[in-house]
Design a protein around this ligand. Structure first.
Ligand code: MN
Length: 456
C-alpha cells in the first residue's frame, strides 16, 4: 500500500523544503518535488509541515514509585505519545538492586509486550555493581541496548562513587553511554530532614530542599569523573542556568557532553509550588523541581544556540488521588509529571511560533539528535528514502488548547491546562500506518527497535 503525502514542507535538521513524500509499506520510498502518484493514495499536505516522527527518549511507563504505580502503562502511554506525534519512546528498564540486568530487561519487555502502540526501546538502569552486571553491560549493547541510566540521587537507585567510576569505565570498553540524573543526594537528604524538623511539610519545601546549586554541583561532579574516564556522557533533564555553566566548562576543556532538557523546565516556574491549594502545588512535584524564570530563559537561549541536544518529557504520570498521598508530607508525593502527549505542540507553540527557535531546531531536538545520539539513525529521525515512514503532518494554521478533558494520557490533569497552542497534529504515520487522524488514535502495533552506535 503506497501513500503520497503531497504538497507539504519537509522539515529536517538542515532546513525546510517543499517536497512530496512517497510511503511504500513501512518505509519512505522517495522524497522530492512533483512525485508521480501512480497507484498511491494521495494525502493533501498543502500548507503542512512534515516532521520525522518525534522520539521521546525519556519516559517512565508502568513504573513503581514510592509504593504506587504510574498512571500510564505502555498501552496508554504509547497511545498518548502517538497522539502528540511521538512515534518512538525509549523507556527505562530498571532491575531492583540484587537483580541481574537480564531480569530487569525481561520485566520491561513483558510490560511493553502488552499493547505498546508506538515503537520503543529501553535504556538499562545500572543501580548496583558486581562482576555479573559488568559482564551483562556488554550483552545489553549486543542486544540493541547501548544506553544506560545512572542516578546520583535516590537511595534505591544510586551507585556509590567508586561503582559510578567502574560503571563509566566499563561503558567506555563496550561503547555504551550513560544518561545521568545529577543531584547531590547527601545534602538534599539533610535539607529534607531540616524542613521536616521545622514542620515545613508542604509542597513548597520540595524546591527548597533540592536547590539549583545542588544540581550544578552534581553535574560538575559527574563531568569530572567522566573527564578522568575519558567518556562522553548525557546529562538528562538538565534544569538550571548553573548546570549549563558546568557543561560549558567541560566542553571548553574538550569533553563531549550531551544535554537533555524537558518542556516543564522550558515553560513553568517554581512559583507553582507556592499555590495554597495543596493539589495545585503537588501536581508539579518532580525532580529536579521546576526552576526559576531566569533558568527557563537560559534554557531557551541554550536550545537556540545548540547547546542542548534533545528535549524529552521524563513522562512519569500520576493522578491527583495519587499525589494526594503526600498531603501531610511532601516527600511522600510521587514525583513526576505527565507530558508525553504535548511535547511537540508545546515546542512548536512556545518555540517556533514564538520565534525562539526554528522548525529545524525543533526537528533536531525532538527527532534527529535523539535518533543519532540513541543509535537509531537514519532508520528514525529523518524523512529520507529507506527510513521508517514515521511522519507527523503538522498544521501550523491550526489552533487549540491543552486540557485534561482532551488528552489520551491516563491521568486527570496536565501541567499545561488551558495553554493555547499554535498548530495542530493532523496525521501521524507509524511505519507507514495511519496512527492518528485529527486527534483520533487508530490501532497500531509498536515494535522493539534495537539500537546501535551514537553518531551525534
Ligand atoms: Mn526520569
Amino acid at each position: 500500500m503506497k501513500k503520497l503525502l503531497k504538497g507539504g514542507r519537509v522539515v529536517s535538521g538542515e532546513g525546510v523544503r517543499e517536497a512530496d513524500v512517497l510511503l511504500e509499506g513501512e518505509t519512505v520510498a522517495a522524497v522530492g518535488p512533483g512525485l508521480d502518484a501512480g497507484d498511491a493514495e494521495i494525502v493533501d499536505c498543502a500548507g503542512k509541515l512534515l516532521f520525522p516522527g518525534f522520539i521521546d527518549a525519556h519516559t517512565h511507563f508502568d513504573l513503581e514509585v514510592g509504593g504506587t504505580i504510574t498512571a500510564d502503562d505502555f498501552a496508554t502511554g504509547s497511545r498518548a505519545a502517538l497522539r502528540g506525534g511521538t512515534t518512538t519512546v525509549i523507556d527505562f528498564a530498571a532491575p531492583d538492586k540484587g537483580d541481574t540486568l537480564a531480569y530487569g530487561l525481561n520485566r520491561w519487555r513483558e510490560k511493553a509486550s502488552a499493547g505498546t502502540a508506538c515503537d520503543y526501546g529501553f535504556h538499562m538502569t545500572i543501580d548496583d555493581w558486581n562482576e555479573g552486571i559488568s559482564r551483562e553491560i556488554g550483552e545489553m549493547v549486543e542486544q540493541g541496548i547501548p544506553t544506560f541510566k545512572l542516578y546520583m540521587t535516590y537511595p534505591a537507585m544510586m551507585l556509590p562513587e567508586g561503582d559510578m567510576y567502574r560503571a563509566l569505565k566499563r561503558l567506555k570498553e563496550v561503547g555504551g553511554i550513560a544518561g545521568v540524573h545529577c543531584e547531590n543526594s547527601g545534602m538534599i537528604d539533610v535539607l529534607i530532614a531540616e524542613a521536616k524538623a521545622a514542620g515545613r511539610m508542604g509542597p513548597g519545601s520540595h524546591p527548597r530542599t533540592r536547590p539549583a546549586p545542588l544540581e550544578a554541583e552534581a553535574v560538575s561532579h559527574l563531568l569530572r569523573m567522566a573527564q578522568v574516564v575519558d567518556i562522553p556522557v548525557i546529562i538528562v533533564h538538565l534544569s538550571t542556568r548553573e548546570s549549563l555553566e558546568e557543561v560549558r566548562a567541560a566542553r571548553k576543556r574538550g569533553q563531549t557532553v550531551y544535554v537533555e532538557t524537558c518542556p516543564h523546565y522550558l515553560l513553568l516556574e517554581d512559583s507553582v509550588y507556592d499555590n495554597p491549594d495543596f493539589l495545585e502545588a503537588a501536581k508539579f512535584i518532580c525532580a529536579p523541581p521546576i526552576r526559576k524564570a531566569e533558568d527557563r530563559a537560559a534554557l531557551w537561549e541554550a536550545l537556540k544556540a545548540g547547546e542542548i541536544q534533545t528535549v524529552a518529557t521524563d513522562h512519569c504520570s500520576f493522578t491527583l488521588a495519587q499525589k494526594r498521598v503526600g498531603r501531610y508530607d511532601f516527600t511522600k508525593i510521587p514525583g513526576g509529571l505527565p507530558g508525553v502527549e504535548h511535547r511537540g505542540v508545546l515546542l512548536y507553540t512556545y518555540g517556533v511560533a514564538a520565534g525562539r527557535v526554528s522548525a529545524s531546531d525543533m526537528c533536531r531536538v525532538l527527532s534527529e539528535n535523539a535518533a543519532k545520539l540513541y543509535g537509531c539513525w537514519p532508520r528514525k529521525g529523518v524523512i529520507a528514502p529507506g527510513s521508517d515512514a514515521d511522519i507527523v503532518v503538522y498544521d501550523p494554521a491550526g489552533i487549540g488548547v491543552i486540557t485534561a478533558a482532551d488528552q489520551a494520557q491516563h491521568t486527570d490533569y496536565t501541567p499545561y491546562e488551558g495553554y493555547q497552542t499554535a498548530g495542530k497534529v493532523r496525521q501521524v504515520y507509524l511505519r507507514g500506518a495511519l496512527a492518528v487522524e485529527d486527534g483520533e488514535i487508530l490501532p497500531t502495533q509498536g515494535k522493539f527497535i534495537p539500537r546501535g552506535k551514537n553518531v551525534l
